[in-house]
Design a binder for this molecule. Structure first.
Ligand code: TTP
Ligand code: MG
Length: 387
């Protein structure tokens, strides 16, 4: 019989604020609020643990946060930076297991062979601290529920295991709100029945909880016993990449549509290369004036990540299936994706090498200046509003 695996819930502490404190040591030990401007009705995205002592929390209006702690330092959020740090953390996770379910930018469930969860959690936490200088808390158990609660109790910057045999000692004394699905409204209903702790909840029959809360009641009956059958859902592999645009005014000019398809193809190619994937199938989507929508595909003999190849095939499909203008929407999609950048099969071919180099230079420009930086000849005629 397959042994039940260990499950870890890893969650960085005060994620955005910790990144900012790490990158600017003068912020260390201070109340730091990351979020929008108070004068623009901004809210707190997160705050350092020093700021939490003043009662400040995520989603609180910045103005209110400042009234609680006038000395707090406000930092505007830098999403690119947090996304890139999140990827670095994910890379450390994937050195330890292929079984990863990302939950949010700073949180993921990891599945590990039975008996190895706690030691691996300690190693991961030490690696994130040493390599990235960030505090990470990890809950360890046999299921998601107990791993999540263990992580909450572990915060900040610790590893804690709650095993199923610890349920009565560790879980039962806690208030019912620690269980997933118990928000303020459910808590109120339970509290009115005198159910305050998880132990109180565990004493109620399943039928009584069903009468009180319906299906949620039945789930809570299990949770109160530390039972949770949810499995780890690995990140869905990317199945397709598409770019489409609905025009502000219907388009009637054939040549103009081709320019748009060229731009959409370039966007799709850029994203493919970013994911280090190649695609075998190109699909064109068209919507006509009367809202009829068609999709027409073509599968290539070899996979590609080249803007030109994607465009040439999209153009061929368009020329075949464009019917009568006007057109309302155009889309280009690639699917049948394969891992790995396009190998330079023709590495002796200096033209192919030059094209590859051009693509890579273009990708760097796009990354730096945004999607609309590159215009190739005819694209100059595409109006900004149509993309
Ligand atoms: P959380 O993990 O919920 O919060 P946190 O990492 O800041 O603090 P901790 O885990 O130690 O309790 O969210 C992760 C990041 O997501 C957080 O740093 C900022 C962002 N976030 C928002 O932008 N708005 C929100 O309302 C919340 C809850 C989080
Ligand atoms: Mg967090």
């Amino acid at each position: 019989m397959k042994q039940l695996q260990d499950i870890l819930l890893c969650d960085l502490d005060a994620f955005y604020a910790s990144v900012e404190q790490r990158d600017n040591p003068s912020l260390k030990g201070k109340p730091v609020l990351v979020g929008g401007r108070p004068e623009d009705r901004g809210v707190v995205s997160t705050c350092s643990y020093e700021a939490r002592r003043y009662g400040i929390h995520s989603a609180m209006p910045m103005k209110r946060a400042l009234s609680l702690c006038p000395d707090a330092i406000i930092i505007h959020q830098d999403m690119d930076k947090y996304v890139s740090v999140s990827k670095q953390v994910g890379a450390i996770f994937s050195q330890h297991t292929p079984c990863i379910e990302p939950v949010s930018i700073d949180e993921a469930y990891l599945g590990l062979p039975s008996g190895t969860g706690l030691s691996t959690a300690n190693i991961i936490q030490a690696e994130v601290s040493r390599q990235l200088s960030l505090p990470l808390s990890i809950g360890v158990s046999k299921n998601k529920l107990l791993a999540k609660i263990a992580c909450e109790l572990a915060k900040p910057n610790r590893v804690l295991a709650i095993w199923p045999e610890d349920v009565t000692s560790r879980l039962w004394p806690l208030p019912v709100k620690v269980l997933p699905g118990v928000g303020p409204a459910t808590r109120e209903i339970l509290n009115r029945q005198g159910i305050k702790t998880v132990k109180d909840l565990a004493a109620v029959t399943e039928d009584a909880l069903d009468r009180l809360l319906g299906k949620t009641g039945r789930t809570l009956h299990q949770y109160a016993r530390g039972i949770d059958h949810r499995s780890i859902e690995k990140r869905q592999e990317l199945k397709s990449i598409s770019e489409e645009t609905t025009f502000s005014e219907d388009i009637t000019e054939h040549q103009y549509m081709l320019s748009i398809l060229q731009q959409l193809s370039a966007g799709v190619g850029y994203r493919l290369r970013g994911e280090k994937l190649t695609a075998a199938t190109i699909t064109l989507k068209l919507r006509f004036e009367d809202f009829r929508t068609i999709s027409r595909s073509k599968t290539l003999p070899a996979t590609t990540d080249s803007d030109t190849v994607i465009y040439e095939n999209a153009r061929e499909l368009f020329n075949k299936h464009c019917q009568q203008p006007p057109w309302r929407l155009a889309g280009v999609q690639v699917s049948n994706l394969e891992k790995g950048e396009q190998l330079s099969l023709f590495s002796f071919d200096s033209n192919a090498q030059r094209n590859r180099h051009l693509l890579e230079t273009g990708d760097q420009l796009r990354k730096k200046y945004g999607n609309k930086v590159l215009f190739k000849g005819s694209l100059l005629t595409v109006k900004e509003k149509d993309l």
